[in-house]
Design a binder for this molecule. Structure first.
Ligand SMILES: [Zn+2]
Length: 388
């Protein structure tokens, strides 16, 4: 069946098109043109978003769970719950993100996640699609581990990385790593050669300790400011490099809790329209009432929108649609300027630009409708309107 979507504007991942008419058939975009250049086909069911901007569905490259489930459970039920919830909040694709755990546990999760990522590529999959894996750990700094369990942190090790990569059938697309650890640059070069993007984070590195990993291929930073050596104007450290090196992408958790709005603005000025990436770092309590939840294998308390373990921030309960409204409010950016941060930029960094982050004829009809403040009005994934 044909579906037609109209709105005030379409941002297709590159340009703004006024008065768009988008035709969808079999989950794919059949055509997209200004209303002045086409006719709405008769008999098609129509979704109208007057005043709204249509944009590619969001892509979350750092998310641990939602709806009471952690992706490391790696069961069909857990992934279905996470995917359904994310779809209702405008996220079309995500990288299932692990936390540091015993190696055997991680390997078992990765094996099963690989099968679920294959299953998610089918037409029957409901909601957001896991398209790859982000390994957050175990190669992180003890000094900046956040809530990652210290007993399971490891020094960078190519053989252990290969075991994880193979358990995941090559579906690891991103790995967070602390550049100051011995062997970090070698592992960065190795992982990069296998198609894995390396993101600097959970790190106490000085600037001198940060450079070798960047030279070896590291291309992004994990939740900038959080679990990161703070800025010192004489020893810029990892944060000074992340903010000033124009080649590096940089994630940010824009929930108003992890980073003060004033520094969200500074990060935006530093990283700009092509390098800034909004992530959630959301954990299983996302979309759930306050209470006791799990992140990977450890307990986390959630109260008033803060997720903590022993008083330390432990992921978030943020959704990308709220990250967008927060970012627009804090930065003063126009919503069309902000949209690349949740679509095109994460896709470009992780090598998914072909299939994610743009709306093109013949590609999946996965899109959101948002108003001028970034407020989510509708979410359509593979041609299906998502319940909200
Ligand atoms: Zn983290």
């Amino acid at each position: 069946m044909k579906i037609v979507v109209t709105a005030a504007w379409l941002w297709d991942g590159g340009k703004l098109i006024p008065d768009p008419v988008i035709e969808i058939a079999d989950g794919l975009i059949l055509s997209a043109a200004p209303a002045s250049e086409c006719e709405v086909p008769e008999g098609a069911s129509t979704l109208n978003y007057p005043g709204a901007i249509l944009a590619p569905a969001f892509f979350d490259i750092h998310i641990h769970g939602a709806s009471g489930h952690d992706v490391m459970e790696a069961t069909p039920e857990a992934l279905a719950a996470v995917s359904g919830f994310l779809g209702s909040r405008g996220t079309g694709n995500f990288l299932a993100t692990t936390v540091t755990a015993p190696l055997d546990t991680t390997l078992r999760s990765l094996e099963r996640l690989s099968g679920l990522i294959d299953a998610a590529a089918s037409a029957e999959w409901q909601g957001a699609r896991p398209v790859g894996i982000h390994l957050e750990g175990p190669f992180l700094s003890h000094a900046k581990r956040g809530v990652h369990p210290p007993a399971h942190l490891l020094a960078p090790d190519i053989a252990i990385f290969d075991r994880m990569f193979e358990a995941a059938q090559g579906k690891v697309r991103l790995m967070t790593l602390a550049p100051e650890l011995p062997g970090a640059a070698e592992l960065t070069a190795h992982a990069t050669s296998r198609g894995v993007r390396v993101s600097l984070g959970h790190s106490n590195a000085t600037s001198a300790e940060t450079h070798p990993a960047i030279a070896a291929g590291a291309c992004s930073a994990t939740h900038t400011f959080n679990a990161m050596r703070p800025l010192d104007h004489r020893e810029p450290g990892i944060l000074g490099i992340v903010m000033s090196d124009d080649s590096l992408y940089a994630e940010l958790i824009c929930d108003g809790i992890h980073v003060d709005p004033a520094l969200v603005k500074l990060w935006w000025r530093a990283k700009g329209a092509t390098r800034a990436i909004l992530v959630t770092d959301a954990m299983s309590a996302t979309g759930m009432p306050d209470g006791e939840y799990q992140l990977g294998g450890f307990p986390v308390q959630v109260a008033h929108g803060r997720a903590t373990a022993n008083g330390v921030l432990a992921g978030s309960v943020l959704t990308l649609d709220r990250a967008l409204t927060n970012f627009v409010a804090y930065s003063g950016a126009l919503v069309e300027t902000a949209l690349p941060l949740l679509t095109r930029n994460p896709a470009a960094m992780t090598g998914f630009s072909d299939s994610i982050g743009t709306l093109q004829i013949g590609k999946p009809a996965s899109m959101v409708a948002v108003d001028r403040t970034g407020h989510l009005l509708g979410s359509i994934l593979h041609g299906h309107l998502q319940p909200m």
